[in-house]
Design a protein around this ligand. Structure first.
Ligand SMILES: [Zn+2]
Ligand SMILES: [Zn+2]
Length: 272
């Protein structure tokens, strides 16, 4: 069954390779659908290869993809926004993205933050720019916008109530504790795309005060109760503090844009 019902109105319908084969193309982030009545919001779009697999999963979950009215984006990395053009062409959707992109007027190209993937991006239309504290509506469901910088400057999370549970779709800031893999996973840290340890820490400080019941990250699996969520945030914070012990390192992975040495890289992989 290539989808996961996370909570009453939240489904994971895309998931790339991460521990296993995933639910859709291997290069995809987690892709979620928030449901309210007949209206659907797609959160992130995957990498854009085999987007039809995501649609297939939406149908398998018993949902009609033609009801997707909104696309919400957590940040501009290619595994998250690569499929945006495809979904915009196929469905009548409004796209919501971080206000940092507003200076680019109507359109945006994601390349400056996502060129770890050589894939060419289509220029896509952004309809609404979001900032911290905004609410967007899916039918009568209110979804709160939280700016959560650290992984990238344009990272946002989406917070909403689902049958008395406080659910956060957190982007790549807090992948959190993952069974069989380790604790406190964070999204890749790289100066090139604007990762910032100080912002990571302040985002966790904020998140830990929110009493979140379900944390749905964009890689790995969600944490499903408030205790596990809080523990995950604490472990993420620990991990970023450990990373701070290596100020000479600009990345948790050796991209061509960084000057990481083999020795440092070895040390670093003990942390990540
Ligand atoms: Zn990312
Ligand atoms: Zn990601």
């Amino acid at each position: 069954m290539p989808f996961l019902k996370v909570s009453e109105n939240l489904y994971m319908v895309g998931r790339g390779t991460w521990m296993d084969k995933g639910y859709s193309n291997g290069g995809d982030c987690n892709v979620y659908v928030i449901v309210n009545g007949s209206e659907l919001a797609l959160v992130d779009t995957g990498c854009g290869d085999q987007s039809n697999l995501i649609v297939k999963n939406i149908k398998e979950a018993g949902l009609d993809p033609r009801n997707i009215s909104k696309i919400l984006l957590t940040h501009s990395h290619s595994d998250h926004v690569g499929g945006l053009g495809w979904f915009q062409k196929k469905y009548k959707v409004k796209t919501y993205f971080h206000h940092i992109k507003k200076s680019q007027k109507k359109y945006f190209k994601t390349l400056e933050l996502s060129n770890f993937n050589s894939k060419d991006f289509q220029t896509c239309k952004i309809d609404h720019y979001l900032k911290d504290g905004d609410f967007l509506k899916l039918g009568d469901l209110e979804i709160q916008v939280m700016e959560l910088p650290g992984h990238t400057p344009d990272s946002i999370g989406f917070l909403f109530n689902d049958n008395k549970k406080k659910v956060l779709i957190s982007g790549d800031i807090a992948i959190g504790d993952q069974k069989n893999m380790g604790k406190g996973y964070i999204g890749w840290f790289n100066f090139f795309w604007g990762s910032d340890a100080g912002y990571y820490i302040s985002s966790y400080d904020r998140l830990m005060r929110q009493k979140i019941d379900i944390n749905a990250p964009m890689h790995g699996f969600p944490q499903m109760n408030s205790k596990d969520v809080l523990l995950s945030f604490k472990n993420c914070l620990k991990r970023i503090h450990k990373l701070c012990a290596f100020p000479q390192i600009g990345a948790t992975i050796a991209f061509k844009h960084t000057n990481i040495t083999k020795k440092l890289e070895k040390n670093l992989f003990k942390i990540i």
